[in-house]
Write a protein that binds this ligand. Structure first.
Ligand SMILES: C[S@@+](CC[C@H](N)C(=O)[O-])C[C@H]1O[C@@H](n2cnc3c(N)ncnc32)[C@H](O)[C@@H]1O
Length: 240
């Protein structure tokens, strides 16, 4: 269901479109995407940015870094472009895309310095779990895109999903170092720029599990086979 508040984002203005990256499957040309960015500008990626609170606030705080956001709900892409423009944020490029295909096809190898995956759709029903994004195949594709030293942050109030993600990352031999050893995760840490879901979940009194991993310099092994999902039958913002 599209709420009345979101209806206004059905039409994207030309100005909003300046922050939206082109569709396609070809690898991104990062220099063309961020002309004028400094040599040492970090590339930060948010997967499933939702209503854009986090990416717009972080990009505002780091005006010299480059931000790529992926979100398959086009209304949320336009809403986030609107929010960024309102906040004077120009260093983001938003892509209306399915995240696995985007990461696999479009991110150049070893290009990403920070990855944020905040409250990925948990698909709590057993029969729906195969729709979860953070599979070993997806995380391996992400490992190809991650530069040595890249940090990956994941947060979820579905603790079992966070542990599944941790287990999948740990199964990629030697690619990721856990920054929250020895437990491997932390609960309920304070965050500087809470996402919308994070704020809501904290207000509801939910406990949140956080992961922080760092990419090692080990080369990623060959990619796993992956079948492009057919999302045509699903409402784009279904959250399981
Ligand atoms: C539960 S919401 C969390 C949004 C935001 N990260 C937050 O913390 O407020 C999950 C978001 O991920 C998006 N999403 C889920 N699966 C995706 C996929 N495969 N590709 C791109 N976006 C996806 C959804 O449309 C939704 O906006």
């Amino acid at each position: 269901m599209v709420t009345a508040g979101m209806r206004r984002y059905r039409v994207r203005t030309d100005l909003q479109a300046t922050l939206v990256g082109p569709r396609g499957r070809e690898p991104l040309n990062l220099n063309a995407l961020f002309p004028g960015a400094g040599q040492d500008a970090l590339l930060r990626l948010e997967v499933g940015f939702g209503h854009g609170e986090f990416i717009s606030a972080l990009a505002h705080a780091h005006p010299h870094d480059r931000f790529i956001g992926i979100e398959h709900d086009d209304l949320r892409v336009t809403k986030t472009a609107h929010k960024c423009l309102k906040d004077g944020v120009a260093n983001v490029r938003l892509f209306g895309a399915e995240a696995h295909g985007f990461v696999r096809d479009r991110l150049p190898p070893a290009s990403v310095d920070r990855i944020y995956i905040l409250f990925p759709d948990p698909w709590p029903k057993l029969g729906h779990r195969r729709r979860r994004l953070l599979t070993r195949s997806f995380l391996l594709d992400l490992s190809h895109a991650a530069a040595p030293g890249c940090r990956l942050v994941m947060a979820s109030d579905t603790h079992e999903y966070a542990f599944q993600c941790l287990s999948n990352l740990s199964a990629l031999p030697g690619l990721w170092r856990n920054s929250y050893a020895p437990a491997g995760y932390r609960f309920d840490i304070p965050t500087r720029f809470p996402s919308l879901f994070e704020r809501h979940k904290k207000e509801e009194g939910c406990s949140i599990a956080y992961l922080l991993m760092e990419r090692t310099g080990s080369p990623a092994p060959e990619r796993l086979t992956w079948r492009r999902p057919d999302l045509s039958g699903l409402p784009p913002h279904t959250s399981g």
